[in-house]
Design a binder for this molecule. Structure first.
Ligand SMILES: *Cc1c(COP(=O)(O)O)cnc(C)c1O
Length: 421
């Protein structure tokens, strides 16, 4: 199997001829992932922010199998169903601000594409066809499709591979002010200058509120986010919040916008939406945006084949209920304390540049890029599933992880750092 995999299957961001190793996995339950050779790993990644309740959860399994007995899928053009309506109700009830409209799609990247389309169509339909560009922050990540790539960080993103093809957007410097600190002097200046100079050609600002994820795992000041939102209002530019990574409690609030009391015009959710069961995302918008697009008979030009898939929307409903029924705030707060205590000693390690924790996210930033394959083997040998990238070793475990399991993860990072000397 491994040989066929190496020879024929593409894995994320890796060479087709000399791929990073892939570990065969046979099952997962709770916070444990079982490898084909019988070893069990404690999960430090939630499968890229998704599996917030852990794996093989009885309630989520039940939601899928119950829905499976009804229908696995039916087209959303001309039909509607209870799982989709129920999920929209839940999302509108828990998301920040005045969002009233829900568009379901397959993945986070597509949700970002839809958000960008909404902003462009809104501006054109409301008499400002010249507003075709986006303003965003350096260090951001919004997905791998073309519209999304164009607003990822221009240096550590994928711009160099697609030069001349991506839309040309505007980039403000990454916020310097850390989360928990006030806005540093001059930190918002470049953003303010950019939005002021280009307002007439800007459809929207798009950003990840508070936590920049795959672009560098950076946590920035709520004051900065508040200042951005105020500038968007002043210049009549839409604000798109990409909460695909931060949504559903990961940062200690249900949505990261809440840290700043900011109400976006458009919001993207994905990743943890189904508790890690199926691929599903959504783009939410205000009535103002939706009604603007549909003024004079306009329609939003998007319609995925698997839109609002019943299995995915049904398990998403259950996942949200499970989250809200449980003590998620206490769990995430407990994880924050556990991560802070477990990772703090590494700040003094010579290979380490910074240690930071927010909610259920813990980050060890190194001075040099890490050897991913070697480090990962070290982690696996220590019983931990941790996937570093670049200069970042980070943890975002399922919320239900036990202290003893968290200790396995932080100890594994310690052993990994020893490898870096
Ligand atoms: C993962 C991610 C995306 C892309 O989602 P996919 O489901 O991988 O397409 C977009 N934005 C943010 C902030 C993400 O973390």
């Amino acid at each position: 199997m491994l040989e066929f995999d190496r020879r024929h299957l593409w894995h994320p961001y890796t060479s087709a001829v000399d791929p990073l190793p892939a570990y065969p996995v046979v099952s997962a339950a709770g916070c444990r992932i079982r490898l084909a050779d019988g070893r069990e790993l404690v999960d430090g990644m939630s499968s890229w922010w998704c599996a917030i309740h852990g794996y093989n959860h009885p309630a989520l399994n039940h939601a899928v199998t119950t829905q499976l007995g009804q229908m696995a899928h039916v087209m959303f053009g001309g039909f509607t169903h209870e799982p989709a309506v129920g999920l929209a109700r839940r999302l509108l009830a828990i998301t920040p601000g005045e969002l009233q409209r829900v568009f379901f799609c397959d993945s986070g990247s597509v949700a970002v594409e839809v958000a960008i389309k909404m902003a462009l169509q809104y501006q054109a339909a409301t008499g400002r066809p010249g507003r075709r560009r986006l303003l965003t922050l350096r260090g951001g990540y919004h997905g791998d499709t073309f519209g999304a790539m164009a607003v990822c960080d221009p240096v550590n993103g994928m711009h160099e591979h697609f030069a001349g093809v991506l839309a040309q957007h505007l980039f403000a410097p990454r916020p310097r002010s850390r989360f928990g600190a006030a806005l540093g002097s001059g930190d918002i200046g470049s953003f303010e200058a950019l939005i002021g100079a280009h307002a007439g050609e800007l459809a929207a600002v798009i950003l990840e509120p508070i936590v920049q994820g795959a672009g560098g795992m950076w946590f920035y000041s709520a004051d900065y986010l508040r200042a951005v939102a105020a500038l968007c209002r002043r210049h009549d530019v839409l604000l798109i919040a990409d909460e695909i990574a931060t949504g559903f409690g990961r940062t200690g609030r249900l949505f990261a916008c809440e840290h700043a009391g900011v109400a976006p015009d458009i919001l993207c959710v994905g990743k943890a939406l189904t508790g890690g069961y199926l691929s599903l995302a959504a783009t939410l918008a205000t009535d103002q945006v939706a009604e603007g697009i549909s003024a004079a008979g306009g329609v939003l030009m998007h319609g995925p084949t698997f839109m609002a898939n019943p299995l995915a929307t049904a398990v998403a409903c259950r996942s949200i209920d499970l989250l809200l029924e449980g003590p998620w705030r206490e769990r995430v707060a407990g994880l924050e304390a556990g991560l802070a205590a477990g990772l703090a000693p590494f700040a003094a390690h010579p290979a380490v540049a910074d240690v930071r924790v927010l909610g259920a996210i813990g980050v060890v930033e190194t001075h040099q890029p890490v050897p991913v394959a070697g480090l990962q083997r070290r982690f696996v040998d220590a019983g931990a599933w941790i996937r570093p990238f670049g200069r970042l070793i980070y943890l975002m475990p399922p919320y239900v992880i036990e202290p003893a399991e968290l200790a396995v993860l932080t100890a594994a990072i310690g052993r990994g750092l020893d490898l870096l000397g």
